[in-house]
Design a protein around this ligand. Structure first.
Ligand SMILES: [Zn+2]
Length: 78
């Protein structure tokens, strides 16, 4: 992951490495995957997650949803 030349899509602010949370909903299941590595805008807080990290987060959420979780908080582990 690199910050080279990447500006915030919303405000063009500087993006730096940070962490963010993503919420997945499927029917009545809600899964929050926390601490996903991301580029976070230093100005407005907009987060940009790369494809690999977002796919991994989605797989974590899918697993919890398949288990029948109603509301689950998971920590992303690379
Ligand atoms: Zn921004």
């Amino acid at each position: 992951m690199t910050t080279n030349g990447i500006g915030c899509p919303l405000c063009k602010g500087r993006m730096s490495l940070g962490r963010t949370d993503v919420t997945f909903r499927r029917g009545r299941s809600v899964v929050v995957v926390e601490s996903i590595p991301a580029l976070v805008c230093e100005n407005c807080g907009e987060a940009s997650i790369d494809t690999a990290a977002s796919k991994a987060a989605y797989e974590i959420a899918e697993r919890e949803i398949a288990r029948g979780a109603a509301l689950e908080f998971c920590t992303y582990a690379a």
